[in-house]
Design a protein. Sequence first.
Length: 313
Amino acid sequence: MKNPTLSILVVFYNMSREAERTLYSLSTDYQEDVSTDEYEVVAIDNCSMKPLDAQRVKAFGPNFDYHFFDSGSKSPAKAVNFGAGRTHGEFLAVIVDGARMVSPGLIRESLRALKTLSNPFVCALSWHLGPDVQNTTILEGYDQVQEDILLDSVDWRNSGYRLFEISTLAQSSSVGFLGGMPSECSWFAMSSAEFIDLGGFDERFESPGGGLVNHDFLARVLSQHAISPIVILGEGLFHQIHGGVATNVPMNKHPFELFKAEYQSIHGRPFQGAKTSSPYYMGTLPSFAMKFINPIDRNFTNRKRKKTPALHQ
């Protein structure tokens, strides 16, 4: 595809079930008020043992493309950089974890934000499908079968904002819509040239899932004084359960300490999250998303639970 405004790069690893929903949610059959001429979707299959079907990916629209990439690593860092080199847009959006479906207005609102301010860095918040974060719900029987039933209950393909009804804010997005930048951006969009100038993702991060590679990139971006950070209101990403190394393990087995050790071995200093002043906010808040203005209400069943630390999505 030649000269789209936005290129959306999505990385998959052994998640054919989840890819079907994620790719559909990025298509014009689902996305509102955008055309196939405005954006492209580049799916990168990173070393999957059972690769996605290329023709199936391309069937989601004339603006979809697919590449299998044998990076030799379970980290998405090399795959992100490989994919960025195969995009054509003025702006680049990245979904590091292809298990994340998106809301129906995310592309529209991201395009608006990218065109509004100079040197924009657009970030969307992230949710876990289910009654609590999946690190907790997997211990209570929440699995792919239960998730399929849950998704079918809200007719999300025709009413995508109802995903907010059945989801819980991810730990790193627990600040809610008006609480500032999350500690990790599961969706970010920026100038393609700026992404390249910053060196893309640091390929020294080799932990499964990338470890803190996404946090590291966010810190580098926000250290640029000319950057305009923007949080999109009323839109987001919804994580499907797929056996993720950080999202789908009990908290007492979370690999965060290993991730921090890798970070220190790379940078020679302890990990610290990105620091930024208050971002700009753009977008609207559909009724289904209103409860997430207040980050205390993280749970669609309103059950009382201990808060989990904002480590990793």
